[in-house]
Design a protein around this ligand. Structure first.
Ligand code: FAD
Length: 330
């Protein structure tokens, strides 16, 4: 079986119905051995409690799995952001995806008079909160000039940031996106996770430009496996990306649900394959809180073996099957 790290993005459940099914879906995803699972956060804190509930559920029920909390800063005061980060750390979360978030469409700029304006500032704030809670006590590593570790053996908070292979929609230029990523790295980010892509070349082009400019962070490409024309349209609208025309047409003209599912899985698996072959350090899958299709994509590219995949999607996902959780890929 291949060993390439993969990770999943989850959302707070948007309905009672999904909320009931979420623990089972999370158990199946987690049992596949992800590097981490991240949980989205409504801009302005609109989903704070619901996001925290999902994170706490994973921490309490799946203690071997690293959780990553998305946090936004748009409209937030420094004090409120401090409190929020502390609340998440108190719940046991030590990895974050620091994003700015967006104002509601049509909202005037001054409707959210926050004083943290960019994701880079949020990254600095998260490090500051960690240091305040328990100061980082650095000691030199003998024989490795410039390298220090914490005396208590702790890891620094892992802080991811967003990257946009085709540019952020409000960026004035490609260079601005690269500069923004550099600013996030300088602020202390140690991972970048991309906006969903539909073309592997978009990712490689951005990584090359970022490296040439001095970005050293690992940059994870992200994929949303979609299996319906409506799902594709929704994701293209959300991301501002474009899908290959032949994929969009194939989904549109396929008459059966099983056929559309196969087209979606095949497309996502081939994209994953190209990204891995091209040297991506891992794959981040936007799951939309579903387990079957993301797991099928991973099985198709050999990141989950066939016997394990059969267990993970069996109607009865037993506690014995859950217990055979492999070590997270590293
Ligand atoms: P920033 O890095 O702050 O940048 C936003 C814009 O400002 C860019 O155009 C940038 O070029 C510009 N900019 C930044 N710094 C400077 C500067 N110093 N000077 C001039 N211009 C600057 N949104 C949510 O609400 N919740 C989520 O959970 C969430 N998760 C996400 C996960 C991923 C992987 C991605 C890719 C996006 C996610 N988003 C989420 C969306 C994100 O909030 C929006 O895309 C937002 O518009 C930009 O966020 P950012 O962190 O990239 O912002």
């Amino acid at each position: 079986m291949r060993k390439v790290p993969f990770s999943f993005e989850l959302h707070p459940a948007r309905s009672e119905h999904i909320a009931k099914q979420l623990p089972d879906r999370i158990a199946r995803l987690v049992a596949a051995g992800p590097e981490f699972v991240s949980v989205t956060y409504g801009a302005g804190g609109s989903s704070q409690d619901a996001s925290l509930d999902v994170l706490k559920h994973v921490i309490e029920n799946h203690p071997g799995v690293r959780t990553m909390a998305h946090l936004t800063c748009v409209g937030s005061t420094v004090q409120h952001a401090h409190e929020t980060v502390r609340t998440f750390m108190d719940a046991g979360v030590h990895s974050f995806l620091a994003v700015r978030g967006d104002l509601p469409v049509g909202a005037p700029e001054d409707a959210f008079p926050g004083d943290i304006r960019t994701a880079a500032e949020l990254v600095q704030l998260i490090h500051a909160v960690q240091n305040e809670r328990r100061p980082w006590r650095e000691v030199a590593v003998p024989g490795t000039p410039g390298i220090t570790v914490d005396r208590d053996g702790r890891e620094r908070a892992a802080i991811a940031v967003a990257a946009f292979p085709n540019g952020h929609p409000s960026s004035r230029s490609w260079q601005q996106d690269i500069d923004t990523l550099l600013a996030k790295q300088a602020a202390g980010a140690n991972l970048a996770i991309c906006q969903m892509i539909f073309h592997a070349e978009d990712y490689f082009r951005m990584v090359d430009a970022a490296r040439a400019a001095g970005v050293e962070l690992p940059i994870l490409p992200a994929i949303t496996p979609v299996t319906t024309p409506a799902g594709l349209a929704r994701n293209l609208e959300l991301s501002g990306e474009q899908a290959p025309a032949d994929f969009a047409v194939a989904l549109e003209v396929e008459p059966t649900e099983a056929g559309r599912r196969e087209i979606g899985i095949d497309f996502a698996a081939k994209l994953t394959e190209r990204l891995i072959e091209g040297g991506a350090p891992g794959i981040h899958l936007y799951t939309r809180n579903m387990h079957e299709v993301p797991l099928a994509v991973l099985a198709r590219v050999g990141l989950i073996d066939d016997a394990r995949y059969a267990q993970l999607i069996a109607p009865e996902f037993t506690s014995e099957a859950q217990a055979i959780v492999g070590e997270p890929a590293s």
